[in-house]
Design a protein around this ligand. Structure first.
Ligand SMILES: Cc1ncc(COP(=O)(O)O)c(C=O)c1O
Length: 402
């Protein structure tokens, strides 16, 4: 998939903001949000901010009627800055300490899905004195559906959960299910629905089903594409058959935001090892950690005048970061033309778990982030705007006491 930026636009962006540079296409983001929303018209959508915490992008979700899924108090902090009200935030996370639990409640979040009985107990203690109408849910751990996973509560523990909540006059109204992570096989989701619904029916006060995130994104060209329309149809049909009315909550992350993001990087060195091209670029896996951490793949393309007419010879190319760290590869064996110092490469589909997972490992400052909006402007002129400044080396001393 991935968006293709014209060479002219790329040059303009690099002149204005430097390299490496995260670029987000707002039109693509809006289209994707619209497409997912239309697939399940009666569901409430909450964007999983774990994938991208840039407030300017979170605002787009807010404007388009989505809420925000918070994994951490930090997600809630960002959500509030993006303009989400507390009623537009769903907390589904893990292992808060008591101060953090109180913080979440102080922030006014009232929909909370817990992944252990201990966290539920912690909530009931923290919630004393709060005059709020809470909606509580349990994250499901059921190996046949959720795999061998540390997260969640087994159905055998549901009765205990109901009684922990009941002792403080709370009810368990939600079941949270996360099928993930990132599979494109629509059937992996649709085939789980029946069993999830029958487990949810074991909760006496069941009112909502949070079907989580984990919906895939086709990072590899030609790979299967998650079928939102089919998934929506099957989900609505099965939920409609239930004897009680169940509200649907969906927390997409990567599927909503991966495709709108590109990381631009410039070639700083080239060499050959036999037929293999070794290209050094001005970014590093610390700027795009998902590749080193999860062994992920992102397509890399050369920014050319007219890419589709480019009939240049193609070589197996390793795209290497600007450190000697043994895993500092942005891509291995990528099909790329012979490159020169100063050429630009675009690493596609990095909107999710891209900047959000970047770090100061290897002591390189983080790139800047910009948005482009093709709906503003005409022809070749595209609106662009900085949404996060490039870090400078001083950031490496931040909080150090010397
Ligand atoms: C509870 C929950 N919901 C949603 C997401 C988003 O997942 P994805 O990006 O795979 O859609 C996550 C990711 O960690 C999560 O933990």
């Amino acid at each position: 998939m991935g968006i293709r930026l014209s060479k002219n636009l790329v040059q303009e962006l690099l002149v204005n903001y430097g390299s490496p540079l995260y670029v987000y296409d707002l039109e693509v983001l809006r289209q994707t949000i619209g497409q997912i929303t239309r697939a399940i018209p009666t569901a409430s959508f909450y964007f999983a901010a774990v994938t991208n915490g840039n407030v300017s992008l979170l605002k787009i979700f807010q404007e388009m009627g989505w809420g925000l899924h918070a994994n951490t108090p930090g997600d809630i902090y960002l959500a509030r800055h993006a303009g989400f009200s507390s009623s537009q935030i769903v907390y589904s996370g893990s292992n808060l300490n008591s101060a953090e639990m109180r913080q979440v409640l102080n922030d006014g979040v009232t929909v909370l899905n817990f992944d252990s009985l201990a966290q539920l107990q912690q909530f009931t203690e923290a919630a004393q004195g709060f005059d709020l109408n809470f909606r509580l849910g349990l994250r499901l751990n059921f190996p046949a559906l959720t795999g061998n996973n540390r997260i969640g509560i087994r159905p055998a523990e549901f009765a205990e959960a109901v009684s922990i909540a009941g002792r403080s006059n709370h009810k368990i109204q939600g079941l949270h299910f996360y099928r993930g992570t990132g599979t494109n096989a629509t059937a992996a989701f649709t085939e789980a629905i029946e069993m999830v619904l029958s487990i949810g029916s074991q909760l006496p006060d069941w009112q909502y089903l949070d079907f989580g995130g984990g919906f895939g994104y086709p990072y590899r060209q030609g790979s299967a594409v998650f079928d939102w329309k089919l998934f929506g149809e099957v989900l609505l049909e099965r939920v409609g058959r239930l004897k009680r009315k169940i509200e649907l909550v969906i927390e997409p992350g990567r599927s909503a935001i991966a495709g709108c993001g590109t990381l631009l990087t410039q070639v700083v060195a080239t060499k050959w090892q036999g037929n293999k091209q070794i290209v050094g670029v001005d970014t590093t896996v610390a700027n795009l950690a998902v590749l080193a951490v999860h062994g992920g793949y992102r397509q890399i393309v050369a920014v050319r005048d007219v890419p589709e007419l480019d009939d240049a010879a193609i070589y197996h190319t390793d795209v290497c970061g600007n450190t000697t760290y043994s895993r500092d590869y942005l891509g291995k064996g990528c099909p790329l033309p012979a490159l020169q110092v100063g050429d630009t490469l675009a690493i596609l589909d990095v909107g999710a778990y891209g900047y959000a997972m970047s770090s100061h490992f290897l002591h390189r400052p983080r790139p800047a982030e910009v948005v482009i909006d093709r709906s503003i402007g005409n022809g070749d002129s595209v609106m662009h705007r900085l949404i996060r400044r490039r870090e400078t080396t001083e950031i490496l001393l931040a909080n150090q006491i010397i």
